[in-house]
Design a protein around this ligand. Structure first.
Ligand SMILES: Cc1cc2nc3c(=O)[nH]c(=O)nc-3n(C[C@H](O)[C@H](O)[C@H](O)COP(=O)(O)OP(=O)(O)OC[C@H]3O[C@@H](n4cnc5c(N)ncnc54)[C@H](O)[C@@H]3O)c2cc1C
Length: 307
C-alpha cells in the first residue's frame, strides 16, 4: 500500500528511520530496536541510503529483509548521486520483485569530503527527474520526496525552492517527508508555503531527539541548515551529564510532538539512529500504551494546515 493511502487513516501516524548496519553487532542492535518499536504500530519504516550512494547493497538487503521477515511497511531511500538510470531501474526492479511498493526519492548528498557532485552521464541531476523516471517505469510505486522546513542550503531563494519542491510533486511524488527541525514554527510556515505553492500532498514532520552535545553538533553538520534554538542549546550546554542531555532532548522532542499532534500533522517521522530509547520514552510521555492506536481528534483544519 502506498504511504499516501496509509496516511489517510484517521490516526496519529508514527514512522521510523533506520540506517543499514555495517556489522553483525550493529545488525543485532537494529533488530532489537525494531522489535521494541514495533508495538508502536508504525505506519512505515524507512531505510537510508549512504551519502554518495555508498550503501547500495546494504540498503537493498535490509529493505528486502524487513519486507520478508516483518509485517512493517518499508520505504526504501534511493538516491541519484553516483547512479546511472540502469542502476536505479535495477534497484527498483529488485524492490518490485520483493513486494516493496514505496520509495523516498532523493538527489542524495555528495560523499564525505566533497561539497558538489556531477551526475553520471545518464544519471539525474535533481530528484524531480528521478521521480518522473520512477513514475514512468514503476507507476504502481508510492514516491515520497524530501522537504526542508528551514530551506535547503543550496537554494537561498525560498520562493524558487518551493517551485522545485512543487516540480517533484508534479512529477508524481505523493508525500513529503521533512528534514529534522527543532522549532515547530518552521514546519508550520513550511506547510503554509506549500499550500500557497499549490502542494497538496501529505507532509510528514521529521523529529530527532538530541542525545548528546556531540550528536547535536553532528546534526547541524548533516542536516545542513537545521537551526538549533538558543533555548535548546542553552539547556544542553548547562547539562551536567550525558544522561541529563538525553532527558532534555526527549523533553524537547515530546513538546514538539504534542504540538504537532495538536496541529493535526499528517505524520511524525522519528530519526531513530537505530535506537529505541528516546522514541519509546516520547511515546510513553504522550500517554500511550504500546499496541494501542492513537486516534486523531476531530480535525479542526485540513491536514498539513497550521492551526
Ligand atoms: C527525509 C530525508 C531523508 C533523507 N535521506 C537521505 C539518504 O538516505 N541518503 C542521502 O544521501 N541523503 C538523504 N537525505 C539528504 C538529501 O539527499 C540531501 O539533503 C540533498 O542535498 C537534497 O536532496 P533532494 O532530494 O531534496 O534534492 P533535490 O530536490 O534535487 O534538490 C537539491 C537542491 O537543488 C535545488 N533544485 C532542485 N531542482 C532544481 C532545478 N531544476 N534547478 C536548480 N536547482 C534545483 C533544490 O532547491 C535543492 O537546493 C535525506 C533528506 C531528507 C529530508
Amino acid at each position: 500500500m502506498r504511504i499516501s493511502n496509509i496516511l489517510q487513516e484517521n490516526k496519529v501516524h508514527f514512522s521510523f528511520e533506520f540506517f543499514p548496519p555495517k556489522t553483525e553487532e550493529a545488525s543485532h542492535t537494529l533488530f532489537e530496536t525494531i522489535s521494541e518499536l514495533s508495538p508502536m504500530q508504525p505506519s512505515f519504516v524507512s531505510v537510508t541510503y549512504g551519502a554518495g550512494g555508498s550503501t547500495n547493497e546494504l540498503t537493498q538487503n535490509l529493505v528486502i529483509r524487513l519486507k520478508r521477515e516483518t509485517p512493517l511497511n518499508v520505504v526504501a531511500h534511493i538516491t541519484a548521486i553516483g547512479a546511472s538510470r540502469e542502476e536505479i531501474k535495477s534497484q527498483l526492479e529488485s524492490y518490485a520483485a520483493a513486494g516493496v511498493r514505496n520509495v523516498l526519492a532523493l538527489r542524495g548528498d555528495p560523499p564525505k569530503g566533497s561539497t558538489s557532485f556531477t551526475p553520471t552521464s545518464d544519471g539525474f541531476r535533481y530528484a524531480a527527474e528521478m521521480v518522473a523516471f520512477i513514475k514512468k517505469h514503476f507507476p504502481h510505486f508510492g514516491v515520497s520526496v524530501a522537504g526542508f522546513p528551514e530551506g535547503h542550503p543550496e537554494t537561498p531563494n525560498r520562493l524558487q525552492e518551493m517551485d522545485y519542491l512543487k516540480a517533484k510533486v508534479d512529477a508524481g511524488a505523493d508525500c513529503i517527508c521533512t528534514q529534522l527541525f527543532f522549532d515547530n514554527h518552521d514546519f508550520y510556515d513550511f506547510c503554509e508555503r506549500c499550500e500557497l505553492a499549490g502542494i497538496k500532498v501529505p507532509i510528514i514532520a521529521g523529529i530527532m531527539p538530541v542525545a548528546s552535545l556531540h550528536g547535536l553538533k553532528r546534526m547541524s553538520e548533516l542536516a545542513l541548515g537545521a537551526r538549533i534554538p538558543a533555548k535548546l542549546l542553552r539547556a544542553v550546554l548547562r547539562a551536567q551529564s550525558g544522561e541529563a542531555i538525553e532527558k532534555i532532548g526527549i523533553h524537547w522532542a515530546t513538546e514538539q510532538v504534542f504540538d504537532l499532534y495538536d496541529h493535526n500533522v499528517s505524520g511524525i517521522h522519528f530519526y531513530t539512529l537505530n535506537h529505541s530509547t528516546a522514541t519509546l520514552k516520547i511515546y510513553e510521555t504522550l500517554g500511550m500504551s504500546l499496541g494501542e492506536t492513537w486516534h486523531a481528534p476531530t480535525p479542526h483544519k485540513s491536514k498539513n494546515q497550521p492551526g
